[in-house]
Design a protein around this ligand. Sequence first.
Ligand SMILES: *Cc1c(COP(=O)(O)O)cnc(C)c1O
Length: 291
Amino acid sequence: MAELQISEPYSPLEKFSLQAWEPFGLKVELKREDLSHPFISGNKWRKLKYPLIEAARLDKTKLLTFGGAWSNHILATAAAGAKYGFKTTGIIRGEPITNPVLNLAKLFGMKLHFCSREAYKNKEQLAIQYQGEDVYLIPEGGDCLAGEMGAGEVLQQLPNNIHLCCSVGTGSTFSGLLHAAANQQRTVHLHGFAVLKGADYLLPRFESANHTDFSFHTDSHFGGYAKTKPELIDFIAQVASQTGVLVDQVYEGKMLLRLHKLITEGYFSPGTHLVILHNGGLSGLLGLNKN
Ligand SMILES: *Cc1c(COP(=O)(O)O)cnc(C)c1O
């Protein structure tokens, strides 16, 4: 395959505020990574960039990856594979089911293989049966060094002297940002917001990036991964109706609600310049039930 050309996605930096934030005298902007592509959005686009370039360089024709039944990474890989000329296979955790996200992945031509949660624990082992010379393997969530490198690139498009907010799942996006900030010697304070319970285990990974100017908020999971509370759904509706911006309930909604609490508790001093990364993932909203 010829060298893969992946152009920079559309992702403007927009002024963003909720009515409740107005008294606090902050400058808040939203980096609209959600606008890059309907299904290869946010950090999923950035994390796939270098694995796809590498797959093409190695003349691989198929992408193999893993994820849960609502995985944004699965859908992004399916859509990116179709766009850039790869066949795709997804190994999906759990009993065979169908849902709007998997339906979309199938439309993009992805072959789905379901496996029990028990077998999924050894998914690398399981992948061997689908391996072949033509297959390029992408880890779950795009959590690899090449993924991190791509995720960190968004920093080049942001100013200095900001507080940058980012949701944290596997931690690869946040880790990529920390490495980029260290390498570019940037004066940026990074805030990570965990969407999983007990995310402290990620701290050594973040500390090893050598950018010490960061805060890791582990109290932003609202009950655990993919769990929701009425408070969270109400907040997402408030954000959407006040600003016209949608955020999902698994990642960005949780980050934003925790950030909202910090802002309205006076955590940031007046004049602080906040940039919020909107990492997309709006297909998660297809699984949301609003009263
Ligand atoms: C995958 C995802 C995340 C988590 O990113 P990690 O690099 O795994 O920490 C955050 N937000 C959205 C919308 C995602 O799809």
